[in-house]
Design a protein around this ligand. Structure first.
Ligand SMILES: Cc1cc2nc3c(=O)[nH]c(=O)nc-3n(C[C@H](O)[C@H](O)[C@H](O)COP(=O)(O)O)c2cc1C
Length: 181
């Protein structure tokens, strides 16, 4: 069976990172349920900034941009900074070709310090991917610091939500795999 290329982008600026832990948990669930592998990139590996234009992008930034544009599906994770997504994550997507993500399934996740900004997915992330005409998965996954113990997800409701979103993504991917087989 054809394996879809699934790419996870974690917008964390430091390690260890709960944002990365959430993206990894989603990736593991995709692998358990559907047998698909996920390549995960951390923005912390790109350094403190991203180059201003695509032409000036470093080899490493270009590798991440090409992975995003070549993916069959994306898992996006961002820490909440000042009520919105990380600026570096937005900067990376500023360099993506505007037509590259059309119809692409995108599963959205975010981690904040508390519940106050839990609508970041609906108010910030979903509109960004709306610009790209991507196919965002209906269930977004928001987590807060209290959902983790020693960096691992321990909240059962969050775990259920991951399952739900992964089932929605899986239904689309399996349909695509059979359509193109
Ligand atoms: C500069 C900065 C701004 C933040 N702003 C918010 C915020 O507005 N709302 C919120 O819920 N958490 C906020 N937080 C908390 C982070 O979202 C939270 O610690 C998150 O887990 C960080 O993800 P990470 O572990 O991947 O770095 C902020 C943290 C930092 C460092």
């Amino acid at each position: 069976m054809k394996q879809p290329k699934i790419v996870g982008i974690s917008g964390n600026a430091r390690r260890p990172s709960k944002t990365r832990a959430l993206v990894c948990a989603v990736a593991e669930r995709i692998s358990q349920k559907h047998g698909f592998a996920v390549d995960i990139f951390d923005l912390v590996d790109l350094g403190p900034s991203v180059e201003p234009t695509r032409e000036e992008a470093s080899k490493e930034t270009t590798r991440v941009l090409e992975a995003i544009e070549g993916a069959d599906a994306l898992i996006i994770g961002t820490p909440v900074y000042k009520g919105a997504y990380a600026g570096l994550l937005k900067h990376l997507f500023d360099l993506i070709d505007p037509s590259a993500l059309k119809d692409r399934p995108v599963l959205l996740t975010a981690v904040g310090g508390g519940q106050r900004h839990s609508l970041i997915i609906e108010h910030h992330l979903r509109p960004l991917f709306g610009f790209f005409e991507a196919l965002t998965i209906p269930t977004g996954i928001y987590a807060s610091e209290g959902d983790f113990t020693n960096g691992t997800i321990t909240d059962p409701a969050l775990s259920d939500r991951i399952d739900h979103a992964v089932n929605q993504l899986g239904a689309i991917l399996i349909h695509e795999v059979f359509r193109t087989a």
